[in-house]
Design a protein around this ligand. Sequence first.
Ligand SMILES: Nc1ncnc2c1ncn2[C@@H]1O[C@H](COP(=O)(O)OP(=O)(O)OP(=O)(O)O)[C@@H](O)[C@H]1O
Ligand SMILES: [Mg+2]
Length: 325
Amino acid sequence: MSSVIDIENISKVYRRSVVDFEYGKLKLRFKERVVHALKNLSFNVEDGEVFGLLGPNGAGKSTLIKILMTIHYPTTGSARIYGKPYWNVGVKRKIGFLPENPYFYDYLTGDEFLDFYGRLYEMPEEKIEKRIPEVLKLVGLDNFDIEKLPLKGYSKGMIQRIGLAQAILSDPSLIILDEPLSGLDPLGRKELRDVILKLKEQGKTIFFSSHILQDVETICDRVAILYQGELLNVGKMTDLLSTDITGYEVQVNTYHKELIQTLEEKAEKALVHEGEVFLFFPAGIDINAILRQISETDEKAQIISVSPRRETLEDYFIRKIKMGE
Ligand SMILES: Nc1ncnc2c1ncn2[C@@H]1O[C@H](COP(=O)(O)OP(=O)(O)OP(=O)(O)O)[C@@H](O)[C@H]1O
Ligand SMILES: [Mg+2]
């Protein structure tokens, strides 16, 4: 596989002046605030990958994306996209981009907005006309009654969708999306995840930031984890996550009070609701002994499910960030 994005030792320092004004003593001072938003980042994104850029609020995800899009400049370091410097104008033709919290023209309808962007991409008129219904369908906007509706009448999720439609309009081979799943309901997130997978099937490379870890886990080939501007890790999900069993989830249906009490004492977490008992046991517990105890204590008890739980991206993320591991 060849590299599409090569990030080479990028650091970004934001400096801003802050005026410190005290009215009582009439003091006026200027202070400089320095934020090290990115600290010497290096990694690459390969052709045809779905690559997730993860990190908590303020980690530097948007800063990195803005640098790749030449909206901001790195303080040191550089990046190459398709082997060319990231600021190369020609290379921009191969990129579709959805910014974080996009601000679009309120008074254009979806069709007019896409037509406008098609012209910015210098697409031929006939191609724009053909492509608009295709992308509207792909992002699921054809399910909404948006004919003649200006963008100011769009919901947040609809704006995300039209933003994505704009990003893929010119059929770019690299699609960079800053928080594409934010503002979407669970169904909308599932639909957009499917769109991303469809784009991958078409051979596109997708680089996107997110803090919705379950979504990332299901669609990304690789992820990079940023924390306070530093790259904590980069790799395949299977390499990052431990395959060790972290515990067992058990559902059992029983009304046997003593049994329920014993299980509650042994479990790390327990939830009891009208004869349905949900339990979480830590790894290392003798789960077979627990199951035996259930059937020996209450013959009527029904063991509905026993599922071993493995580390999720969320567990990993919390382990890495909160525990400073
Ligand atoms: N234009 C700017 N001027 C000064 N500081 C900035 C600027 N843009 C971002 N920062 C700072 O840089 C750091 C990284 O911000 P950034 O927006 O890249 O984070 P993020 O990972 O995208 O966060 P979020 O998940 O909230 O979108 C933050 O501390 C932020 O305050
Ligand atoms: Mg951001």
